[in-house]
Design a protein around this ligand. Structure first.
Ligand SMILES: *Cc1c(COP(=O)(O)O)cnc(C)c1O
Length: 248
């Protein structure tokens, strides 16, 4: 095995171990938490290797990138859209992904519903909730959530399974806890029992698991730092954020 492959394998094992320990601390069953490996900017060959090492779910934040990669890779894993979705990309998203975490308007939900092919099963969707108050971030604010849940639940080609959030960038993972807790409370209030929770990234997924995450979206801790991107809607990866925890 090449050094790069060995590094990837041990990074995946390290994330799984941390996930398991966090589940133990939260008195949760680790098998109730799906690890979504975030592969934005990661080459297809490394993605294929990661899937060969047992990853079952991959997350992309841009529709175009996922379309190109899926054309090469096919679907040996479930494809999750985790980034903001514009209505004009809904048609492609509806045929490319198995789950969309970033529904934040009825407009985009209706477009996805309209374009989901009849031959495919209903598209799993989660509603993204904006809990930070930071201007310019995507997601529906808590005050609009109940109405959006009701609207999405009516769409027959979508299967609403839960809520997603992105905590604000912070120097310490504990700072994310109130946001994750709030998302869980909203889930308990609006979709008791059923709802999934997509929350937690490389820097804070352990806190998210302690707080009830059922999907964690982890990129850098598996694949290492990404090249600086500066794309809108993407969390910062620059100094202070770009060092993943590979090999820890
Ligand atoms: C990039 C991204 C992630 C993964 O971030 P890492 O810090 O690399 O783990 C998770 N969620 C969303 C919405 C992202 O855009």
């Amino acid at each position: 095995m090449s050094d790069a492959d060995a590094g990837l394998l041990s990074a995946i094992a390290a994330v799984r171990r941390r996930l398991q320990q966090a589940a133990d601390r939260g008195h949760r069953d680790p098998s109730a938490v799906t690890l979504v490996a975030v592969t934005k900017t990661v080459e297809v060959s490394r993605m294929a290797q990661a899937i060969a090492f047992g990853l079952t779910d991959i997350g992309e934040n841009r529709v175009q990138e996922a379309v190109a990669k899926r054309a090469e890779l096919g679907s040996p894993a479930r494809w999750h859209l985790i980034g903001h979705l514009q209505t004009n990309k809904a048609r492609q998203a509806a045929i490319t992904f198995d789950a969309v975490h970033s529904i934040d308007s009825s407009r985009v939900a209706i477009a996805l519903d309209r374009h989901r092919p009849p031959s495919a099963e209903a598209l799993e969707v989660l509603i993204e909730v904006e809990l930070t108050g930071i201007p310019g971030r995507s997601g529906v604010v808590a005050a609009g959530l109940r109405e959006l849940v009701a609207a999405v639940a009516e769409l027959g080609r979508l299967r609403l399974t839960g809520l997603m959030t992105v905590a604000p960038p912070a120097p310490h993972p504990e700072a994310a806890r109130p946001y994750f807790r709030r998302l869980r409370e909203l889930r308990d209030e609006l979709m008791p029992e059923l709802g999934r929770l997509s929350m937690g990234m490389s820097d804070d997924f352990e806190v998210a698991v302690e707080e009830g995450a059922t999907l964690v979206r982890v990129g850098r801790a598996i694949f290492g730092a990404r090249p600086p991107a500066g794309r809108p809607g993407e969390p910062p990866t620059g100094p202070g954020h770009g060092h993943g925890r590979r090999g820890e």
